[in-house]
Design a protein around this ligand. Structure first.
Ligand SMILES: [Zn+2]
Length: 316
């Protein structure tokens, strides 16, 4: 009891601070990409969507999972936003548009099957379930599409351009991490061709002691960490900063601009997959269970993903 009594004031202060932070940011809201539970749930039969006959019969039939970042659940908004000239730009709405254009572009080619982890900006899917879905369809590439923002504190104040949160090499599943980094760099190069500054790869260690099954330090960001665990190539692409005026006005404010970003992603995805071929790591997707005792408070929920399935290209 005494312990609890001592704890409560600190917890109350933390809560108050959180409320203050969330209510005082008037024009910009920081959207550091969430880290999620330590590990995603194991891929099980219950979360494997129906894969139509013949979908994987052609060895050059690439499976791409696009993940439009963030979303709203019950009115709660999980991404960043920025007000400019009286217009509020929301990350979840922009990422939904970028992902749709990427999908549309890829589906012009009959050897690409593309899934989205969700089909509306209104929907939020937990990060672990997004990755579990990508693993369940045996994605050759899993790309989580986001838009950045930065608060005016220190070095990131004037940040602009594109970047990727990718898995770090030299640790668990090293060869896979190398492939993810190369794929991410290929997409960043395409975005750079549009005129966006290329900030490169953002690689970050877990800061709460989360380890991979081989004892190596896990990745901090959820999407690359889960991808490494599931054995799929996966990473986040940040498509410029909402609160940087030139990024916003030149790349993030019109339908044509969203289309250009989405198509640049698609071109990077195609360029990489045509060079690298299908992923050979999809069979290792069961390994997540072995890690449950490393960080039990952050375990995945094991709940099936509430993801929408959008079928690949038809005859056209
Ligand atoms: Zn984001």
């Amino acid at each position: 009891m005494t312990y609890l009594k001592n704890l409560l004031p600190a917890a109350a202060k933390a809560l108050l601070l959180a409320v203050l932070i969330s209510t005082t940011s008037s024009s910009v809201s920081w959207a550091e990409e969430e880290t999620g539970p330590a590990f995603a749930p194991p891929v099980t039969k219950t979360i494997t969507p129906e894969i139509g006959p013949g979908m994987r019969s052609n060895s050059s039939n690439f499976i791409v999972v696009l993940d439009p970042g963030h979303g709203k659940t019950g009115g709660h908004y999980s991404g960043c936003n920025f007000v400019y000239n009286g217009v509020t730009y929301y990350e979840d709405e922009i990422t939904m548009k970028i992902a749709s254009y990427t999908k549309q572009y890829l589906e012009q080619f009959s050897n690409y099957t593309v899934y989205l982890t969700k089909d509306s900006a209104e929907v939020t899917v937990p990060l672990d379930q997004r990755a579990a879905f990508a693993a369940s369809v045996q994605a050759d590439l899993f790309v989580s599409q986001h838009v950045d923002s930065a608060l005016g504190n220190g070095t990131v104040k004037n940040a602009f351009g594109v970047s990727s949160m990718a898995p770090r090499t030299g640790r668990y599943n090293n060869e896979l991490a190398l492939q993810s980094q190369e794929a991410a760099n290929t997409i960043l190069k395409q975005l750079n061709n549009l005129g966006l500054n290329n900030r490169g790869l953002i690689l970050r260690d877990s800061e709460n002691g989360t380890l991979f099954p081989d004892g190596s330090q896990a990745d901090y960001y959820a999407i690359p960490r889960y991808s490494q665990m599931y054995g799929i190539r996966g990473f986040i692409i940040e498509h410029g900063f909402l609160n940087h005026t030139s990024d916003l006005t030149l790349f993030l404010s019109t339908e044509e601009q969203y289309k250009a970003l989405g198509e640049a992603d698609a071109k990077g995805i195609m360029e990489y997959l045509q060079k690298a071929g299908k992923s050979t790591f999809v069979q290792t997707a069961q390994t997540t269970q072995t890690t449950q005792n490393t960080n039990s408070q952050n375990e995945g929920t094991g709940a099936p993903p509430s993801v929408s399935e959008s079928k690949g290209p038809g005859a056209n």
